[in-house]
Write a protein that binds this ligand. Structure first.
Ligand SMILES: Nc1ncnc2c1ncn2[C@@H]1O[C@H](COP(=O)(O)OP(=O)(O)OP(=O)(O)O)[C@@H](O)[C@H]1O
Ligand SMILES: [Mg+2]
Length: 240
């Protein structure tokens, strides 16, 4: 579903973040990207859905080249999950989830959080999927970190995306909450066939929940292996 050819990204200040990344990801795969701080993980995810302009190479989403013409469509079919959850604190869980339906064309309505009944039902359905139905009308700042991330996931899946991009979704959570979040991503992956690309720092979690592990170092892929065939040498390459 995703093909990335020789992807390069150099920021305006001259710092090269991606130096020719080649990657193919199949529909329904759960792929984790491992790599030290600054290796380019976030830049790679943001390049896929056009949040970052690219300096070279191509990205194909369902065989269609990602460019100015197709980017809106790619964004419609992609959900994103963040380390810091990015919720609006003084809004209820359900209204946070509903913001996942917004795009620039209905910004006006978004100012008033006016949503149709069927949109609200969709939001409740998403909250049910993440096991938070009973917190739907709690303000985001009344929730625990793990619950906040579940709202973040509900927001990302309300559009039923084909692809979920998760940028260190458990970095701010304790190990128990982290496992709950990854288990939930796995459930979404299996139940809806959603393709998942997840940036992670914890090798154990990555191996436990993903089908495939990709090691990124200094803007280049160092290994790309099935989770059950990864070995210590692969890991040492990125963490030593
Ligand atoms: N907006 C930006 N402007 C300039 N340089 C940037 C920008 N964003 C990232 N970089 C640089 O690009 C490189 C890759 O950064 P990136 O954020 O993708 O790394 P990362 O693997 O996600 O790191 P972390 O694990 O700390 O989140 C780094 O050298 C970083 O300094
Ligand atoms: Mg990052």
């Amino acid at each position: 579903m995703l093909e990335i050819n020789d992807l390069k990204k150099t920021f305006d200040n001259g710092s090269p973040a991606l130096k020719g990344v080649n990657l193919k990801i199949n529909k329904g795969e759960f792929v984790s990207i491992l790599g030290p701080s600054g290796s380019g993980k976030t830049t790679l995810l943001r390049s896929i859905n056009g949040l970052e302009s690219i300096s070279g190479g191509e990205i194909y989403f369902n065989k269609k080249k990602v460019d100015d013409n197709s980017i809106k469509d790619v964004q419609k079919k992609t959900g994103m999950i963040f380390q810091e959850f990015n919720l609006v604190n003084n809004l209820s869980a359900i209204n946070n989830v509903l913001t996942g339906l917004l795009n620039s064309s209905n910004k006006f309505l978004s100012l008033f959080y006016l949503f149709e009944k069927n949109q609200k039902l969709k939001a409740l359905e998403s909250l049910e999927t993440v096991g938070l139905l009973e917190k739907s009308y709690n303000r985001a700042d009344e929730l625990s970190g793990g619950q906040r991330q579940r709202v973040g996931i509900a927001r990302a899946i309300i559009k039923k995306p084909l692809l979920l991009l998760a940028d260190e979704p458990v970095a701010s959570l304790d190990p128990k909450a982290a496992n709950i979040i990854l288990l939930l991503l796995k459930k979404i992956n299996k139940e809806f066939g959603t393709t998942i690309i997840c940036n992670l720092h914890q090798f154990d979690l990555a191996k436990k929940y993903s089908d495939r592990l990709i090691g990124l170092l200094d803007g280049k892929i160092i290994f790309d292996e099935k989770s059950n065939s990864i070995n210590k040498l692969d890991l040492e390459q990125i963490y030593n």
